[in-house]
Structures are given as C-alpha cells and as structure tokens.
Design a protein around this ligand. Structure first.
Ligand code: FO1
Length: 319
C-alpha cells in the first residue's frame, strides 16, 4: 500500500505518474480539507475536487482546478442577484457542490461522499479527506486581518503579507475512517509536491495523523515543491517565510524535519537543478536524490514516481 499526503494541483499531477507505476487499488490519497469553503450555502472542497477532476480527465487544463468544458450561467445569474463573483463556480462544478452539500446535510460523512463521487468518476485509487471534521486554514495578515485561505489567495491574490497561518479546528479533528490504518499499514508514505504550508501541514496538524506518521514502519519520502528556489505553481513562496522556512528545496526539507528528530521525513527528492542541495539535505539525516520533477510530461511523472519508490526502498534498507 502506498499512501500519498496530497493537496490539490501539484499532487494531482504527481498522482497521474504514480498510477502509471503502482496499481491504483494499492494507492490511498489522504487529502487536505483546510482549503474547503462554504459559499452560497454549499461546501466546496477544492483539493478533493482538483484531484478527482484531474484523474478523471475532466479538469480545466490551464487552471487545473474546476471543470473543463464549463459554462457559468448560474454564476451570471448570481451576479444579477448581487453576489460578487470572486470565487468562480461553473455550472458543472456546482452540481458536485449541490450533491455533496445535500449528502452532508443528511449526515453522510465527507469521506463517504468523497468515495462515492470518486467511484462515479471512475477513480479506483482510494481518496480520503484527512478528516470528516472541519478544518479551516486561516491567514492572519500583517495588516491584522483574519482571512479564510481562499479570501487571501483568490480574493486578494495572495497580496497581503502573512503574519501567521492557523489550521482552525485541526486540534480537535479526528482522522477520517481508514486514514490512520492506511498510514500504519503502508509500505511507503509519499508527501506529494504540494504546498507545504496550506496543503501538507493541515494534514499533519490532525493529532492522530501526526502520531500515525511518527509510528509507521513505512518510509516517508517527500518531493520538493520548490525548484531552483521558486514555486512550480501557487503561492508557497508567500507562506514559507511566515512559518520560518526558506524558499528552497533544502529549507523545506528542514522545515518538515527528519523523522529521527521528531519530524516528518525519512527521504527527500529535489529537482535536478537543485543537485547542489543534496549535501545539505543529507546533512539533515535524510536519504536524498535529485531527479526531474517537472510534471507536465506524464512520462516524467511516472519516472519520478518510480524514483520515489526506489529511494524509499533504499532508505528503508538503510541501517
Ligand atoms: N482559484 C482561483 O484562482 N480563482 C477562482 O475563482 C477559483 C475558484 C475555484 C472553485 C472551485 C475549486 O475547487 C477551486 C477554485 N480555485 C480558484 C482554486 C483554489 O483556490 C485552489 O484549488 C486551492 O484551494 C489552492 O490550491
């Protein structure tokens, strides 16, 4: 069993490679829910939906979130009704939010709804929200506002400087059914090249998940989301300084920390352009390897997945 800790877009591209190398029925993806937001009374789960749409071949190819072949008739009518269209919800995407919200209102846990939606989209890997409870990532800005992550990222284009990031509800959040068991029984746990602060950290902020990750006999191997000192996508560079990490492959590895020191990782993959950081990463007590990690090409994604599993194998054998 391979378990992947995942956010949205970066993780989906990595998973496209992993499913070419590992049978999907042997993959469990534990997904961040801190991005989730309620709008128009609907529960929206961006990271779960990005991965579902990506793996179903339905994602909008440029945005890599939301649906391809989308229309915005509902959004246009909502504007007529006085709603600001700051968070774009297409007609097809809204169907999923209507369906999920109705199920949740009937008391169906998010993990159950997610499994059903994934199956209806033809996914065979297991997609699990990290928790069925609510976690909300809040951005506390330098100008003293407390914004929902989406308000900061989408509403204000990550403009305001960040003072601190809060995962509201994480302390009390219980792991969704199957999450702890999957981590405990895993051969390998992969930390996808997702945003370390707002995609991975909300997952490990769930206490029982952090304990399971610390205790698992699996090798925990991560892939750097920072290449050549820059983010591949998104806004991690705006958040890493706020949590005390430098914006580079070795800095993020140090921020995650080595499991032997109470951190998350046993091993770390950096991009080939960051081969010079290998010594620093190994100095953290991590097995390390430099590979091509730019995932636009499915072949590269598959080769990276193979490399991750090989490194896990080697690290697992290390004394
Ligand atoms: N990102 C944007 O930049 N603008 C949007 O209007 C937007 C809408 C949206 C709707 C549904 C959804 O699942 C994702 C959406 N996203 C949008 C992306 C979202 O902010 C990101 O996928 C994650 O939350 C951060 O990686």
């Amino acid at each position: 069993m391979v378990v992947v800790l995942a956010g949205g877009v970066g993780a989906a591209r990595f998973l496209r490679g992993l499913t070419a190398v590992v049978p999907p029925e042997d993959i469990t993806v534990v997904v961040n829910v801190g991005d989730d937001i309620e709008l128009h009374g609907l529960r929206i789960c961006p990271d779960l939906d990005s991965i579902t749409y990506w793996l179903a071949g339905l994602v909008h190819p440029e945005q890599q979130w939301g649906r391809d072949d989308e229309r915005f008739t509902v959004r246009d009518e909502l504007v007529r009704l006085g709603h600001a269209p700051w968070f774009t919800l297409g007609d097809r995407d809204l169907a999923l939010h209507l369906h999920r919200t109705a199920q949740l209102r009937e008391g169906v846990p998010l993990s159950t709804v997610t499994a059903d939606v994934a199956a209806r989209h033809g996914l065979t890997l297991r997609l699990l929200p990290v928790t069925d409870d609510r976690i909300e990532t809040r951005i506390h800005t330098a100008d003293r506002r407390d914004l929902h992550f989406q308000e900061w990222w989408v509403g204000e284009r990550a403009g305001p400087d960040v003072d601190r990031v809060e995962f509201r509800g994480a302390d009390a959040a219980r792991p969704a059914p199957g999450v702890v068991e999957a981590i405990r029984d895993a051969g390998t746990v992969i930390v996808a090249p997702s945003n370390p602060v707002v995609s991975v950290a909300p997952i490990t902020a769930v206490p029982a998940v952090a304990s399971a990750l610390a205790a698992t006999s699996a090798c925990v191997v991560g892939v750097s989301p920072i290449v050549g000192g820059r983010v591949v996508r998104g806004m991690a560079h705006r958040l890493l300084p706020a949590v005390g990490s430098s914006v580079d492959a070795a800095g993020v590895a140090g921020w995650y920390g080595a499991r032997r020191d109470g951190g998350l990782l046993d091993a770390w993959i950096v991009d080939a352009t960051d081969v010079s950081s290998l010594e620093a990463v190994r100095g953290l007590g991590l097995a390390a390897r430099a590979m091509d990690t730019l995932l636009d090409d499915p072949e590269v994604a598959a080769a990276l997945a193979r490399g991750v599993l090989e490194l896990a194998e080697d690290a697992g054998r290390a004394p």
